[in-house]
Design a protein around this ligand. Structure first.
Ligand SMILES: [Zn+2]
Length: 174
């Protein structure tokens, strides 16, 4: 068994709250319908979870002030960011406003936030593993051109675990 979690739902409080030793913060983010993004911090390690997110709806992410970027304060300087990357740049114009990100916007969001590592997730369900592998190569090259470490950007895969490289040995499933 991979998880012993018992799921219940509750209204997220404003500000920060604790789950065990972890500190949690939620904010509304740009997506269709009310949607929260989360930042978890535990023993100095931080993880930001933004699987359903279209931050470039307001203005181009390259130039807009950080305070106008949806989810920026959740992801700022985070050790590990999990971010929406459903579409290629070619696919995106047909899905603009659907609540999900293209490759360029996912990378620019991670870059502007200063995320140390990024997992790209919410892959389009029609994309096969081979296509995702090819997209990963494109993503790594483009992340390098943004000045990032190509090993610090990965495609999220089902049931994979990522260890947050930080002061602590916290393990987070991604
Ligand atoms: Zn969605």
């Amino acid at each position: 068994m991979r998880s012993r979690a018992r799921c219940t739902s509750a209204t997220a409080p404003e500000g920060e709250w604790r789950i065990g030793s972890a500190c949690v913060r939620a904010e509304a983010v740009s997506h269709r319908g009310p949607t929260l993004g989360f930042r978890f911090t535990e023993l100095g390690a931080s993880f930001c979870y933004l699987p359903d997110h279209e931050p470039a709806l307001v203005a181009p992410l390259e130039t807009v002030e950080p305070t106008w970027i949806s989810g920026h304060s959740l992801a700022m300087g985070v050790d590990l960011l999990l971010h929406d990357c459903q579409y290629t740049d070619l696919e995106y114009p047909r899905h603009y406003g659907w609540g999900h990100s293209c490759v360029s916007d996912a990378l620019m969001f991670a870059h502007r936030a200063g995320a140390r590592r990024t997992l790209l997730a919410h892959h389009d369900p029609r994309r096969c593993d081979e296509a995702l592998d090819r997209l990963h190569e494109v993503v790594r090259a483009r992340w390098s051109r943004l000045g990032g470490d190509p090993h610090a950007i990965e495609m999220a895969t089902e049931l994979a675990e990522s260890e947050v490289p930080s002061r602590a040995s916290a393990r987070l499933s991604a």
